[in-house]
Design a protein around this ligand. Structure first.
Ligand SMILES: *Cc1c(COP(=O)(O)O)cnc(C)c1O
Length: 277
């Protein structure tokens, strides 16, 4: 168990009104920022999806974000998914909303059909011994960066008779601290992953360069986009749905949107600074 989880009860469901308001304000501010960046880039309104990065946030905080307009969430650690998913699933069912993989055959608390669905993504590194923990919950694993990991996920998914979405994570900045495959391998890996049963290759993901130079950050995002376009143009088996570009966080969201992002992953600008990392 990770140490920070001893300091905060992530299954907590009750937060005070002031905190809920703070989170709602954060959601609205980020949604406004996305709309502005879409307009500035000449992109269609609503073409960029907002994923709330919910690591270190408890169930009550996440529900406040959803009630304020969040439609997609992402967690970094399988342990956090395990702790939060039951509470989130129950509270969402009360609102007629299904969570993650539960969306396929979910029924609301009062027996009515669910009317909405919150996709659940894994955005952090996945060790192969944790695949079984996340598969029953998450729709998409954004952090697939090797054939070995893809094969293990594919094997598990096939065993369960399911198909899980994957994004290929690419280390565009080349920073050693970051996971992700080398940009030069991305197209080859994408084609091989696309051909695997049990997986649906839905796109590419990257974390922006940790530098101040706007041009460097943008160049990484632009390269990811060109890579995605080349994969789509290849016509290779299983690559026709490789459309998503998950790129952009609190600091570099506007650049990412101008470079073609379809999913921005935002934590700090919604929930405030993290007390734990
Ligand atoms: C934490 C995290 C984010 C969100 O970061 P913020 O800077 O808090 O917006 C996005 N993507 C990944 C993979 C993360 O781990």
């Amino acid at each position: 168990m990770t140490a920070y989880m001893d300091h905060k009860d992530l299954a907590n469901e009750v937060i005070d009104q002031a905190r809920a308001q703070e989170i709602a304000d954060g959601v609205h501010k980020v949604l406004d920022g996305i709309a502005q960046a879409e307009a500035a880039a000449g992109r269609e309104a609503g073409s960029v999806k907002l994923l709330a990065a919910t690591k270190t946030r408890d169930v009550g905080e996440i529900m406040a974000a959803i009630d304020a307009g969040i439609h997609m969430i992402g967690e970094n650690r399988p342990q956090e998914i395990v702790v939060k998913a039951p509470g989130l699933t129950r509270l969402l069912a009360e609102r007629g909303i299904a969570l993650g993989v539960g969306g396929d055959d979910a029924v609301a608390a009062d027996g009515a059909a669910v009317t909405d669905h919150i996709p659940f993504h894994l955005i952090g590194q996945l060790q192969s011994n944790k695949i079984g923990k996340v598969l029953p919950v998450v729709n998409t694993i954004e952090s697939v960066d090797s054939i070995e990991l893809a094969e293990k996920i594919a094997r598990r998914a096939t065993m369960h008779g399911m198909t899980v979405g994957v994004l290929l994570e690419v280390n565009e900045s080349g920073e050693e601290s970051k996971s992700g495959c080398a940009p030069s391998h991305a197209i080859d890996l994408a084609k091989r992953i696309g051909a695997m049963g049990g997986l649906e290759l839905q796109g590419l993901m990257t974390i922006g360069a940790h530098v101040d130079d706007e041009r460097v950050i943008r160049a990484g995002f632009a390269h990811l986009r060109r890579t995605r376009d080349q994969i789509l143009a290849s016509g290779a088996e299983g690559t026709a749905n490789c459309k998503e570009l998950s790129m952009g966080m609190t600091q570099d969201m506007a650049y990412a949107i101008e470079e073609g992002s379809t999913i921005v992953r935002v934590g700090t600008a919604i929930f405030g600074a993290r007390a734990f990392i």
